[in-house]
Design a binder for this molecule. Structure first.
Ligand code: ATP
Ligand code: MG
Ligand code: MG
Ligand code: MG
Length: 564
């Protein structure tokens, strides 16, 4: 490709509303263009990068026998009513009506559609296991779209769904997926970690996230400095070392009528606890538990509310939520929580997020404790114990370190939640109908592009890992208009590189060398070759790797080999 035919819409200005570096650079390099809140056009340069991400992910999915499908973005409400999510999914679900006044949504995810598809096709356990995947546009009406494509409303996801006759088969595919994700993110040149909570003696985890490590990440990861334990603090917070793991709380600590453990409540609703309690607050004090909703993940809030059968409001701001409950303030939260708790607590070390005691108010407190999984509902006593524990819950010896991460992938063992609700069954060996056991696995394809930039940039712009770069090499010809030999040599090299399977971008614009260099650096091409009259006379070209401080002269005939 030549820049004369491939306009680079680059800019020197840092857009005012772009807070993080990847968002700034994606706009400045001309990768994306904003259409509206959380809506972006992928320009040709950006789309090249996204296609490279897709390709690697597709290859890894195919390698573990994933079958590619493409499902509609628009989904009938009836399916969501069957699964129960039409009422549970909050305003993140974009709902619409067609001309016949029938309700639809724009898919934020595709469990219902795939379950509907395969309940019609799968008949027997002999057809299992199977894994289907797609790379497709999702819509989530995020309450605060931000950071460009990092948290967009419309975005591209790879979503995969696996179907099994038994748990062992699900676990095997889940492990294959884990490996496929690890290979894909390694091939993409990302520094990442898979995090989750391990289920101890039972082995394996039911949900793990893949986190690209970056200070701008919205998630917090706790990892042990001694052993391999790593978890989203949402999970880590649920496992303070001082608390018994997976053990029910003593009866007297959860004696409140109607308040059961998270696990019990979730079971009643057919939800896995890890799907439920993500960014919510649980207060089990003397009186009926009040679920205090903070944060912006509406889906989880609503699910959690239902799961706990607690009094709930679904509002973004705790202040508003508090007012809307109509409950006297003193009623919310544990009144016996020591007033000076926030001052004494290093909440990050304790794995508590958004810890706040409602400063200046003597009558109530709240703690946004991301309580999760099989833990009993926390009581005030638990909370006091939790804020003491900063040790590793696995080895008990190490200390937890906190890093920030960007969630680029998430793998789940779903079980029979959808197949039971939607009556998706196959015949087992004895000819009895059994609900399909399912797993689901997502990768934020468009988010990966932004995450890669967070990890790979410098003062001049983006520095793509080679597998992600929109072009493999930049050819910058200098003085080609005056010296025909330069134009000729560049053309020859351009063809030779293409013959060798590389994708060169030839900057043939009539612009000053400094302008060309700046653009090639901003858009992050990993290699640059400068073709000038003086070098040609000496039989060499000037080569510079994007991350090198200096250029070096290399013989013309060696260029293709050096770049391969
Ligand atoms: P988050 O916690 O960031 O809101 P999520 O847990 O809601 O993400 P999943 O339902 O696990 O997301 O979806 C699978 C993947 O899709 C995520 O791991 C993430 O990479 C990507 N993703 C989710 N929401 C967005 C978004 N608003 N914009 C871009 N990518 C997203
Ligand atoms: Mg979300
Ligand atoms: Mg998440
Ligand atoms: Mg997730």
């Amino acid at each position: 490709m030549r820049t004369s035919r491939f306009p680079l819409f680059t800019s020197k200005e840092t857009p005012a509303d772009a807070e993080i570096i990847s968002h700034q650079l994606m706009l400045r390099a001309g990768l994306i263009k904003k259409l509206g809140a959380g809506l972006y056009t992928w320009q040709p340069l950006g789309l090249r990068v996204m296609r490279r991400v897709e390709r690697i992910v597709r290859e890894e999915m195919n390698r573990i026998n994933g079958l590619e499908v493409l499902m509609p973005a628009v989904q009938p409400a009836e399916l969501w009513e069957e699964s129960g999510r039409w009422s549970l999914y909050g305003p993140e679900l974009l709902r619409l009506k067609d001309r016949h006044k029938r309700s639809f949504c724009i898919g934020p995810t595709h469990e219902e559609v795939i379950t509907d598809y395969l309940r019609q096709e799968l008949r027997s356990y002999r057809q299992l296991p199977v894994t289907y995947y797609q790379i497709q546009t999702k819509f989530r009406d995020e309450i605060r779209p931000r950071f460009g494509v990092m948290r967009a409303r419309e975005f591209v996801m790879k979503d995969a769904y696996s179907f099994h006759i038994d748990q062992a088969s699900l676990e095997a595919t889940y492990q294959d997926m884990h490996s496929a994700y690890s290979r894909a993110f390694s091939r993409l040149g990302l520094r990442f970690r898979s995090v989750g909570a391990d289920s101890g003696a039972i082995g394996g985890s039911v949900s793990e996230e893949f986190m690209v490590l970056a200070d701008s990440g919205e998630d917090e990861i706790a990892s042990c400095d001694r052993c391999a334990y790593a978890a989203n603090t949402e999970l880590a917070a649920s496992r303070p070392s001082a608390l018994p793991i997976n053990a029910p709380a003593p009866a007297e600590e959860r004696s409140t009528p109607g308040v059961h453990s998270v696990a019990e409540q979730c079971e009643a609703l057919g939800l896995h606890p890890s799907q439920v309690l993500k960014s919510v607050v649980v207060m089990a004090d003397e009186a009926p538990a009040v679920l205090f909703v903070a944060g912006d993940d509406e889906l989880n809030e609503v699910k959690a509310a239902h799961a706990l059968g607690a009094e709930t409001v679904r509002l973004a701001e705790p202040e508003e939520a508090l007012a809307a409950t109509g409950v006297p303030r003193g009623f919310i939260g544990p009144r016996d929580l020591p007033a000076d708790l926030t001052q004494r607590v290093d909440h990050r070390a304790a794995g508590l997020t958004n810890f706040s005691s409602g400063a200046g108010r003597a009558d109530w407190h709240w703690i946004n404790l991301n309580w999760d999984r099989d833990m009993p509902l926390p009581t005030c006593a638990d909370l006091r114990t939790a804020v003491a524990g900063e040790g590793c819950p696995r080895c008990g010896e190490g200390t937890l370190e906190i890093h920030r991460g960007i969630e680029v992938g998430h793998i789940f063992q779903l079980g029979t939640k959808y197949s039971e609700a939607m009556d998706a069954r196959v015949l087992d060996e004895d000819g009895h109908p059994q609900p399909l056991i399912m797993g689901c696995y997502g990768i934020g394809i468009s988010r990966v592009v932004a995450a890669a930039i967070e990890q790979n940039h410098d003062a001049s712009g983006i520095a793509w890992p080679a597998p992600l770069a929109p072009f493999d090499v930049a050819l910058v010809s200098i003085g080609a208009d005056r010296a025909p030999a330069v134009a000729e040599a560049t053309e020859k090299l351009y063809d030779a590189l293409r013959d060798a399977g590389l994708d060169p971008l030839w900057d043939d614009r009539d612009a000053r060398p400094g302008v060309k260099f700046a653009d090639m650096e901003l858009i992050g091409i990993p290699h640059r070759i400068v073709i000038g009259e003086r070098g040609l006379k000496a039989g060499s070209l000037e080569y510079r790797a994007r991350d090198a401080a200096e250029s070096e002269a290399i013989p013309i005939d060696d260029v293709v080999e050096v770049l391969q």
